[in-house]
Write a protein that binds this ligand. Structure first.
Ligand SMILES: Cc1cc2nc3c(=O)[nH]c(=O)nc-3n(C[C@H](O)[C@H](O)[C@H](O)COP(=O)(O)OP(=O)(O)OC[C@H]3O[C@@H](n4cnc5c(N)ncnc54)[C@H](O)[C@@H]3O)c2cc1C
Ligand code: FES
Length: 288
């Protein structure tokens, strides 16, 4: 399995064109954007910062994971984002119709790092953390990985993205919802624990995870007990998206034990999960 990490393309600010913007759940849409100059450089785990309006409010762009790279005759010509409509920015996005020009900055952030020796993968996603999963899983399949399990938890049926939208064919979906309306009732940790018990998830597997902080903490603590490493796609509030505004801090434990402030947008958004330090876990003396 090849693990050559390509050099990342520098981000640019360009206008794409909305090709499609369709509902896939009562609260979630997938937007397809034509961007032939930028799409070939997009890597799994990266994101774009989308302008949602030409007026002043909301002023800040909204970061969205790259859900899929669209290919035309084998050549990358655009990309998709998958988003929940939750506030003014995503409301504006949801109203864009095919033909609309949309400015975005990208590709941003780092990309997944898959150990050369990994033969199996588990992807653990919660809520809109399902956004980057399809692109990540497709890229693992392209590297020759066939054994990919996707543990996906959502609030309820209305927030649960259908499996065929969430991941490529060939993945093993393990679903759960808080209310049990889709899949198992409970959290992603329940499935993850079962995978570990059955030796379906062991140290050396590649693990990618994306979701809210509470989920990261629970997954980190569970995997940590079993010596399983994971890569976390963090989704902090953002401003610029390229390291200028200091609007997206998070905290990371360094090899010497010190906790340092990092920027989600330029130092991540992918970090080793076991190095992340969350609110309530910070001691005094954090060095920035
Ligand atoms: C790298 C990255 C990738 C992302 N990928 C996706 C994606 O693929 N799909 C998707 O739907 N969203 C994604 N997000 C989150 C998305 O950018 C935010 O939810 C965005 O703020 C929504 O804009 P809005 O104006 O609609 O809502 P806002 O008014 O900005 O927020 C609405 C509500 O959501 C809360 N909120 C906003 N952002 C966050 C956040 N980052 N963490 C926790 N709570 C938040 C706010 O407190 C508020 O209550 C990503 C964020 C980052 C940083
Ligand atoms: S969003 Fe501006 S520094 Fe990260």
């Amino acid at each position: 399995m090849s693990n050559a990490t390509p050099e990342l393309a520098p981000p640019v600010c360009v206008d794409g064109e909305v090709l499609e913007n369709r509902w896939i759940t009562p609260v979630t849409k997938v937007m397809k954007i034509h961007a032939p100059d930028v799409a070939p450089g997009m890597q799994p785990g990266q994101f774009v910062n989308l302008e949602t309006t030409k007026t002043l409010v909301p002023m800040l762009r909204r970061p969205m994971s790259i859900h899929k790279v669209v290919k035309h005759q084998g050549i990358a010509s655009g990309f998709c984002v998958l988003y929940d409509v939750i506030g003014p920015g995503t409301q504006n996005l949801s109203e864009m119709t095919p033909g609309t020009k949309i400015s975005f900055v990208g590709p941003l952030g780092n990309m997944i790092t898959v150990p050369e020796t990994a033969r199996r993968a588990t992807i653990i996603a919660g809520g809109v953390g399902i956004g980057p999963v399809k692109f990540v899983a497709e890229s693992l399949q392209e590297r020759g990985m066939r054994d990919i399990t996707v543990v996906y938890g959502a609030r309820d049926a209305d927030h649960s993205v259908p499996v065929h939208e969430a991941m490529p064919d060939g993945c093993r979906p393990l679903l759960c919802t808080d209310d049990g309306s889709v899949g198992r009732k409970g959290f992603v940790t329940s499935w993850t624990e079962e995978l570990i018990e059955r030796n379906r998830l062991t140290p050396g597997d590649y693990v990618f995870t994306c979701g809210p902080h509470a989920m990261f903490k629970a997954v980190r603590d569970l995997l940590g007990k079993h010596g399983i490493a994971a890569e976390a796609a963090t989704e902090e509030f953002m401003g610029c998206g390229f390291g200028v505004c200091f609007g997206c801090p998070l905290y990371q434990r360094q090899p010497d034990g010190q906790v340092e402030m990092k920027l989600c947008c330029v130092d991540g958004c992918l970090f080793p999960l076991d190095t992340l330090v969350f609110e309530g876990e910070l001691e005094d003396g954090v060095s920035a």
